[in-house]
Design a protein around this ligand. Structure first.
Ligand SMILES: [Zn+2]
Length: 575
């Protein structure tokens, strides 16, 4: 491709709302173009890079036995009502009506559609196992789209669904997809880590998230360097603190004026925060938007409540719970903002972190302004409706597997795999007959990769101050020939020769033949991040050109033939 003919508009300025490297560089290099908040279009170079990622995914999915299909983004509401997700998915589901008032949504994921295909087409065990996938545009009405392609409202996703006769088959399908994902992200040159994850709105029993390590990622993971424990922080189990061997002391009410926070009350009573009980107040809503219940959650004062664990414990959709208005909840349940404790609450669900059950003589709010209770003990003084682990595993806490201190890292979720089991096949009636004509629900798994988010993650991990540094396998072009003086006949001839020879060898080449100053061309070449640059300048007359890799600082002067053979070799080695 001659750059003079390419539709390319690079920007010198950083877009206002862009905060992270991938967003800034993809916009500045003219690869993506914002339409409205969270909605981006792809220009020629950006689209080529996206297609490279798609094709890596396609090859590995096909090798793992997947069959590609393509379903509509538009899905009728009825099918989501059948699975129960029309309501459970909440406001992120992009809903619309046709001219007759019939409800539809723009699919954020396609479990229902694929389940519908197999319930219609599969009847016998002989048709199983099967793996269907698509690479398709998805929609999510994000409350706060940001970071360019990282959290957008329209995005390209690969979603695959496996169908097996039993759970043993599901385990095999799941492991095959897990292995395919490792190959895909390795080929995309990502530094990634598969970690155990929560199943969220998709449901099912087991899940792994594939996380591209990055400071700007929205996923926080906990991992252990001593064993193979690795999980998202939402998912990671916590070990309860070991109780001291203490006698229960007499419960007492003490005056603690103005101590509305854990810090303040611990200071006032001169005790450690880990001797206190922290209260967090929530309200859940029903289908109609009316209050369903009030929830008081209690963790040790120095802990952080884990919202995902709380939501799982309550078994409510994520969008139906929010922080309670203290005054309203106080009126209904008897709690007092800043002085809430687990004793004497009425008309509310009490969720107690498992750790608190063992710990003795703690301090908790007295549900009375300016008072706390001391020597509070579970069982004797209060009880919970739900007792489970609702705390967050912090950096340095003991590893749930081996007890050594865990580490935290941030990352970008580029893929996730789920063992769905029979959640969808049972709710939607996707059954098959075994050898004895007996009916069974089909056992399912589902497997997603954010194609456009992977593209952003690649840029996030491969860039410098001057621009993108594409890994060869996903680079929109392999080589850029920078022609210093397009008007110089010899330079133009040499550049054309390199260009034609490389194209014949199957190398994807850009020839920068624009009538621009050399400085502009070098800046653009760095910004676009094409892996190999061959500069044709005044030494062309002596058959010498400059050869440079984008990822290295050094440039070397070599003969034209040597530049060509070096380029062909590195492209075939790395693409
Ligand atoms: Zn460990």
């Amino acid at each position: 491709m001659r750059l003079s003919k390419m539709h390319l508009k690079t920007l010198r300025e950083v877009p206002n709302e862009a905060e992270i490297a991938s967003h800034i560089l993809l916009v500045r290099s003219g690869m993506i173009r914002k339409l409205v908040s969270g909605v981006y279009g792809f220009m020629p170079l950006g689209w080529k890079a996206a297609r490279k990622i798609e094709n890596i995914i396609r090859e590995e999915m096909d090798n793992a036995g997947g069959q590609e299909i393509h379903m509509s983004a538009i899905q009728p509401a009825e099918i989501w009502q059948e699975s129960g997700r029309w309501y459970a998915y909440g406001p992120e589901l992009w809903r619309l009506k046709d001219r007759n008032g019939r409800d539809f949504c723009l699919g954020p994921t396609h479990e229902e559609i694929f389940t519908d295909i197999v319930r219609t087409d599969v009847s016998s065990y002989r048709q199983l196992p099967m793996n269907l996938y698509q690479i398709q545009t998805k929609y999510r009405d994000e409350a706060r789209p940001r970071f360019g392609l990282m959290r957008s409202r329209e995005f390209i996703m690969k979603d695959a669904y496996s169908f097996d006769a039993d759970f043993e088959g599901l385990d095999k399908s799941y492991n095959e997809m897990y292995d395919a994902y490792e190959r895909i992200f390795t080929r995309c040159a990502l530094d990634f880590r598969p970690v155990e994850a929560d199943t969220g709105a998709i449901g099912g029993s087991n899940s792994h998230e594939f996380t591209a390590i990055s400071e700007v990622g929205e996923s926080e993971i906990a991992y252990c360097e001593n064993c193979d424990m690795a999980a998202t922080v939402e998912r990671a189990e916590c070990i309860d603190a070991k109780p001291e061997n203490e006698e229960m002391l007499t419960l007492e009410k003490v005056s603690t004026p103005g101590t509305k926070t854990i810090e303040a009350v611990a200071d006032y009573l001169k005790i450690d925060k880990n001797r206190t009980i922290k209260a967090l107040l929530f309200v859940t809503y029903d289908n109609e938007g009316d209050v369903d219940s009030y929830v008081a959650a209690f963790v040790r004062g120095d802990r952080t409540l884990n919202m995902v664990k709380l939501i799982n414990a309550l078994d409510v959709p994520e969008h139906t719970i929010e922080f309670a208005d203290e005054e309203e909840m106080g009126y209904e349940t008897g709690c007092v903002g800043g002085f809430t404790g687990p004793m004497g609450l009425t008309n509310c669900k009490i969720v107690v972190d498992s750790e608190l059950v063992q710990l003795k003589n703690l301090c908790a709010g007295a549900n009375e302004k300016d008072y706390h209770m001391i020597n509070v003990n579970y069982g004797r003084d209060y009880e919970g409706d739900i007792i489970t682990d609702i705390k967050t595993l912090r950096e340095g806490d003991p590893c749930p597997e081996c007890g050594k201190p865990v580490k935290h890292a941030r990352g970008i979720e580029v893929g996730q795999v789920f063992k769905l089991g029979t959640k969808y096949s049972e709710s939607m009636g996707a059954m098959y007959k075994d050898e004895n004509q007996k009916d069974h629900p089909i056992v399912m798994g589902c497997y997603g990769i954010g194609v456009t988010r992977t593209l952003a993650a690649v840029v996030e991990q491969h860039h410098d101050d001057n621009g993108i540094i594409w890994p060869m396998a996903v680079a929109p072009y392999h080589v850029i020939i920078t022609l210093v003086k397009p008007n110089d006949e010899i330079q133009a001839l040499v550049a054309d020769k390199i260009y034609d020879t490389l194209i014949k060898a199957g190398v994807e080449v850009i020839l920068d033949d624009r009538k621009e100053r050399p400085g502009v061309k070098f800046k653009d070449a760095d910004l676009l991040g094409i892996p190999v640059r061959i500069t044709v300048g005044k030494l062309a007359v002596e058959d010498i050109v400059e050869y440079k890799l984008r990822r290295e600082d050094d440039k070397i002067e070599v003969s034209v033939d040597e530049a060509i053979s070096k380029a062909i070799k590195i492209v075939s080695d790395e693409k």
